[in-house]
Design a protein around this ligand. Structure first.
Ligand SMILES: *[C@@H]1O[C@H](CO)[C@@H](O)[C@H](O)[C@H]1NC(C)=O
Ligand SMILES: *[C@@H]1O[C@H](CO)[C@@H](O)[C@H](O)[C@H]1NC(C)=O
Ligand SMILES: *[C@@H]1O[C@H](CO)[C@@H](O)[C@H](O)[C@H]1NC(C)=O
Ligand SMILES: *[C@@H]1O[C@H](CO)[C@@H](O)[C@H](O)[C@H]1NC(C)=O
Ligand SMILES: *[C@@H]1O[C@H](CO)[C@@H](O)[C@H](O)[C@H]1NC(C)=O
Ligand SMILES: *[C@@H]1O[C@H](CO)[C@@H](O)[C@H](O)[C@H]1NC(C)=O
Length: 498
């Protein structure tokens, strides 16, 4: 698999790849795919109702919901788990996001615990343009104009309506679930289609679109400092040293060796250095966002690299200067994911991101999700804040990629992001029966709903947890506040479904 940066990329890739910064997923990186396949094998021996939940099914969907004159259709993938359904029970709809819908969610996860308690039928719909849900023959920029959260919500509405009729579930109460971007969709589905969905659980959901998102790295700094106050300072020292060395081409051979780059470092433009610096910072971003989430379980490949481990390396003076420790972190991640070397060339990244084939290196979600950031959300995790340890990948670098990959200018991006907030309301969402669980060390909470708006538009704050922690299966070693948060969401659902 190609080794690419782009810190807002979805559920794919290794940690060093930065590919997973907005996604709740099982397992990690390439391991996500390996883990998924292993999971399927593990599950092959389990009960038939569970095995049935892994079977993919297909739903005919309109290409363009907003043009009655366009009758083109495509097939959208979905999954059903009837194991917990009791006649008269509610229907739970897990919303797919910016990567392949992972059938692991049909077998594991807190929502199934709720389904068991509440007798719910469980469905999961893959997001258009991700995984196997291909509305168009390729990912050309002209085709990507059918990729948007609005089209995705209209897919959900149509799916909800037709499935309810087909299965006699029209008078059942439907509840939407999602984490991360699908968490936002869960909230917006309730907001825009209140007659179709009774309540939503919108976990770690960024509801406020913003072009520049420098707060992300501020939370990374804060989360590292909670582990060890020295840690972010040492990261800053290391990163500053690297930036300094990048000014002198004579150091490039050493940098190539230190960070085990796949080819000799070449810096022709600012995009090249920004890409390298972002790729290396990405290790820290990923580990913080998914701290303790990405554990191995039930045959899923996980990692034991946590904030504690990274800060342990950064504070280990036997490894040499902070710069050498920073390099050691990069090599630790490569070892963890059995990667031979680090691809740090922006040209390679550009080539991969502009490949429009469904078999292309970024078709797992990278090309699609960055398109959505350029045309709807922004969310660029820039180094523009002084209150964070990294340097060298400013907003301009991120915005230029919109032009490089999709011919979207900075002005178009600005208008699109403003329109997204105008359409959904941003932080000022007006709705009811939506709960927003919120993890304190998850950098995305900065764009989420973190305070109750009304009694039934409510936040659940989970101190000390990362992105989407409450969605994963409970473990004995979970923090008590995480278990309480799961219980609290169940209570709300019981109340709302009465
Ligand atoms: C690095 O990029 C090249 C060219 O795209 C690719 O063939 C190679 O597999 C990549 N290596 C890694 C370790 O990702
Ligand atoms: C490269 O590393 C070697 C060994 O650490 C060191 O002696 C040399 O001065 C470095 N070269 C440059 C240009 O920094
Ligand atoms: C992670 O786990 C593996 C296998 O259990 C072990 O060999 C390795 O030392 C651990 N790494 C860290 C950093 O704890
Ligand atoms: C796109 O990726 C596919 C699969 O890796 C490859 O076969 C094809 O040559 C690439 N296309 C371009 C234009 O690079
Ligand atoms: C890029 O966009 C500009 C302005 O919208 C347009 O004139 C130009 O033809 C586009 N270029 C490509 C390669 O699509
Ligand atoms: C959600 O998280 C933020 C940031 O950690 C915290 O300040 C806020 O109090 C939390 N919200 C609630 C409702 O607990």
């Amino acid at each position: 698999m190609a080794f690419q940066a782009g810190s807002f990329l979805p559920c794919k890739g290794t940690l060093l790849l930065l590919f997973s910064l907005l996604c709740c997923h099982f397992g990690v990186g390439e391991g996500q795919y390996k883990g998924f396949r292993r999971l399927s094998r593990v599950q092959g021996s389990s009960s038939s109702s569970r095995r049935g939940a892994l079977d993919e099914q297909w739903f005919p969907q309109k290409l363009d919901h907003f043009n009655g004159a366009d009758r083109r259709e495509w097939k959208q993938r979905y999954f059903v788990n009837e194991a917990f359904y009791k006649p008269g029970g509610p229907v739970f709809l897990m919303i797919g996001g910016e990567g392949p819908a992972n059938p692991a969610w049909m077998q594991y996860g807190t929502w199934l615990t709720y389904a068991e308690k509440l007798g719910a039928l469980c469905l999961m719909l893959e997001h258009r343009f991700y995984g196997k849900s291909h509305p168009t023959p390729d990912l050309g920029t002209d085709n990507l104009r059918f990729l948007s959260s609005r089209q995705a919500l209209a897919d959900l509405a149509h799916f909800r309506t037709v499935m309810a009729e087909a299965r006699g579930l029209t008078d059942r109460k439907w509840v939407a679930f999602g984490g991360s971007y699908p968490g936002s969709l869960a909230a917006w589905f309730r907001l825009k289609y209140p007659h179709l969905v009774h309540a939503s659980v919108a976990t770690s959901a960024p509801v406020h679109a913003t072009i520049n998102f420098p707060e992300y790295l501020e939370v990374v700094r804060h989360s590292l400092a909670l582990e060890n106050a020295e840690c972010p300072l040492l990261v800053k020292k290391a990163s500053d040293t690297l930036v300094e060395r990048l000014k002198d081409p004579k150091t490039y051979d050493n940098i190539t060796t230190d960070f085990n780059l796949c080819s000799k470092l070449q810096i022709q433009t600012e995009m090249d250095s920004a890409y390298l610096l972002e790729t290396l910072a990405g290790t820290f971003m990923d580990v913080v966002q998914y701290n303790e989430d990405n554990r191995a379980f039930e045959g899923v490949v996980g990692t034991n690299v946590t904030i504690k481990v990274l800060c342990g390396v950064m504070t280990d003076s036997t490894l040499g200067e902070p710069y050498a420790r920073y390099a050691a972190v990069a090599r630790l991640m490569m070892d963890t994911f059995s990667m031979k070397c680090l691809n740090a060339s922006f040209d390679t990244y550009l080539r991969d991101m502009t490949n429009t084939s469904w078999d292309g290196p970024a078709a797992g979600g990278g090309r699609q999700w960055v398109y959505q950031t350029c045309t709807e959300f922004g969310f660029y995790q820039s180094t523009d804040s002084p209150n964070q340890p990294f340097t060298g990948f400013p907003l301009e670098y991120q915005v230029k990629q919109c032009a490089n990959f999709y011919n979207v200018s900075a002005e178009m991006l600005a208008e699109a992001v403003a329109q997204t907030n105008e359409y959904y309301g941003g932080y000022d969402i007006r709705s009811s029966r939506i709960v927003f669980p919120n993890g304190s060390i998850d950098p995305w909470h900065a764009l989420g709903i973190t305070q109750d708006i009304t009694p039934d538009l409510t936040a659940v704050f989970i101190k000390g947890t990362a992105h989407c922690a409450n969605m994963y299966p409970a473990r004995s070693e979970d923090l008590p506040q995480l278990s309480l948060a799961r219980d609290h969401v169940l209570l709300l659902l019981q109340q709302w479904l009465k």
